[in-house]
Every structure is written in C-alpha cells, then in structure tokens.
Ligand binder design. Structure first.
Ligand code: FAD
Length: 310
C-alpha cells in the first residue's frame, strides 16, 4: 500500500508526485496514460519561463522529473471504482478496470478532463491543424485570420469575445435557436464589429486541403439548406467533460461532474484530495494543474503528519 496514491498522470498528478516524494512519503501514480492531455497538444506557448515547447516533449520531461524520485509509476491502469476508508487514517481502495486494486492512506485524484467533440467528418483529421479546443492556448496562433467558435454557451461566447480581439473575424455557431450564455456576455458579444452569430445551425463537417482547415459546413436547421464558411480555425466549445464517472458515489461532485474541492484541495472525504481539470478549479491550464497538484501533495502531507502514530 501507498501513503499517497495518485490517480492520473497529467500535469496535476506529476506535480503532486514530485511534492510528496520529496517529503520522503511512499508515493504511487496510477494513470491510464501518463502525460494526459499534454500528449495531445502540439505547441505550448504559455508554460511560464519556456517560450515555446511541444506537448510530447513536456510530457516526457514531466515523466523524467517524476522518475528522479522514488515514485512507482503504474501506467496504462484505469481506475474504475473508489472505495473510501471506513475509518479515519485507514486505507482507501482504488479498484482498477482489470480487477486489481491499489490502496492509499491518502489519495490524490487527478484524472483530468476531455473536450467534448462535434463528431463530424474532418474534426479528428484536422485536430491541431485548425481544429482547436482551447482559446487561451491557441488563440494567438490565429492572429489576423478567420475563425469559427462552435457553441453559444458561456465558454463559447467567452471564447468568441476573447478571439475577436486577436483574429480578423469570428463566426459563432449555435445549434439552438438562441445563445445560452449569460446576458452580460451576449451583450458584449453583440457589440463587437467583427463577430457574426449564426443560430439554429448544425455543423456538419470540417473542410481542409489535406494539410490544414479551410472552412466548415453547417446546415440551417430551419430551412435545411447547407452553407459553407471559409476560415482558417475552428474552436470547439461544446463542453469540457471531467473524467470522474468512476467517482459518482464516492466523493461530492458538482452538477457538471467536477470534484468539489476547497482551497486546500480537500474533497468531501477526509484523506482524499483532488487537483487539476477534474475539479471545480475555475481555469483549466497546465500551469494551473501543476500548481493545484502541488497544493494537493502538500495537503496530503499535512494530513498524514497529523494522523495518530499507529
Ligand atoms: P490531464 O492532463 O487530463 O491528465 C489526466 C490524467 O489522468 C491522464 O494521465 C489520464 O490518462 C488519467 N486518467 C483519466 N481517467 C483515469 C482513470 N479512470 N484512471 C486512471 N487514470 C485516468 N494548457 C495549457 O496551459 N497550454 C496549452 O497550450 C494547452 N493546449 C492544449 C491543447 C489541447 C489539444 C488540449 C486537449 C489541452 C490543452 N491544454 C493546454 C490544457 C491542458 O492540457 C490541461 O489543462 C492539463 O493537461 C490538465 O492537467 P490534469 O493533470 O488536470 O489532467
């Protein structure tokens, strides 16, 4: 058994592991895919102090840094169920999909999140080649270009407002007959000269020249007519889904399925902490996940040193 068992090996889990291992605590990391979303990222330009790097490069640097310490990395292990300790200071059990189980006196949950995809032809093919999911990350790459934002909820409208200040033109496409974002955001969006809003529109495909995105097609849901829009970038903003399905009955989740945490990364279960994109933390970014993982690591340490000697 581990004193600290970390579930998830993205930036949050890696940071947590380094912090607890440096305290000399027996630490293990179980991850479905060590590296997490960073592995799916091309250019990273907002990892502070590193002007530009690439996802796979950062992921292998994270792994090498964790391996500097005595941390057991269990890669390709998917957690399926959490059974909290029955008594304070007892072991929590994480049951893996393959039936095996791991135990930790404290747990740090850092299973991240995934962007909901449109599921249309071309989306996968042009991912990172014009199809993007994170305006904070990729917005500046489209300076002076034309982009679409798919989704008229808060994140879509925020993205459109953000991008309108960087790119030449933004087309916002919403499936419903009206936007669903807060009124204040909608008013702001309507005031911008370089934004066009299209409602009742179903995006049907991403077009490209084999190399990069050149446009998209959508169907007007009222008339049934298909339209093409020429552009260079598409930001898909139809939801970020936390990887917390396996935690439903174990820890308190927000209505969106995010693990509820306080400023110390504590969840509703004593001795169970959480960090990164799977939690209620307001912004989802690499540096933020690393900071959150460090907080969780230090909180787990604090918790352990307060347990009565056994
Ligand atoms: P993740 O990176 O999602 O890691 C989650 C970990 O948990 C993985 O190891 C995963 O395999 C594992 N896991 C999930 N479910 C289970 C389970 N049931 N059992 C065991 N393990 C599990 N951020 C930036 O700051 N800058 C950027 O330029 C940037 N670009 C991005 C580009 C793309 C295409 C994407 C998708 C994201 C980008 N982000 C960027 C966001 C950034 O990658 C995330 O905010 C960050 O990776 C979150 O870290 P995390 O550790 O919380 O979760």
């Amino acid at each position: 058994p581990f004193e600290v068992l970390i579930v998830g090996g993205g930036p949050a889990g890696a940071a947590a592991a380094i912090y607890t291992a440096r305290k000399g605590i027996r630490t293990g990391v179980a991850a479905e895919r060590f590296g997490g979303q960073v592995l799916d990222t091309m250019d990273i330009e907002n990892f502070i102090s590193v002007s530009r790097t690439e996802g796979p490069k950062l992921a292998s640097a994270m792994e090498a840094h964790v391996k500097d310490y005595d941390v057991e990395i269990m890669n390709l292990q998917k957690a399926a169920k959490l059974i909290p300790a029955r008594t304070e200071g007892g072991y929590h059990e994480v049951v893996l999909e393959n039936g095996a189980s791991l135990k930790g006196r404290t747990l740090i949950l850092s299973t991240g999140a995934r962007w909901r995809q449109m599921g249309v032809p071309g989306e996968e093919e042009y991912r990172n080649k014009g199809v993007a999911y994170c305006p904070h990350c990729d917005g500046p790459l489209y300076k002076g270009k034309r982009v679409a934002v798919i989704g008229g909820g808060n994140s879509g409208v925020e993205a459109a407002i953000d991008l309108a200040g960087i790119v030449a033109h933004v087309t916002l496409i919403e499936f419903d007959s009206q936007l669903r974002a807060d009124a204040v955001l909608q008013r702001k969006l309507a005031s911008l000269p370089n934004v066009k809003i299209i409602t009742s529109a179903l995006t049907t495909k991403v077009d490209g020249d084999g190399d990069r995105v050149t446009g998209l097609s959508y169907k007007d849901r009222n008339s049934g007519i298909e339209h093409d829009v020429a552009l260079e970038g598409i930001f898909v903003q139809i939801g970020l889904v936390p990887n917390t399905e396996w935690l439903k009955d174990a820890v308190a989740l927000s209505p969106r399925g995010e693990i509820e945490i306080d400023a110390r990364s504590e969840t509703s279960v004593p001795g169970v902490f959480a960090a990164g994109d799977c939690t209620t933390v307001p912004y989802k970014q690499i540096v933020i996940a690393m900071g959150a993982g460090s907080t969780a690591g230090l909180s787990a340490f604090d918790y352990l040193i307060r347990l009565p000697a056994s």
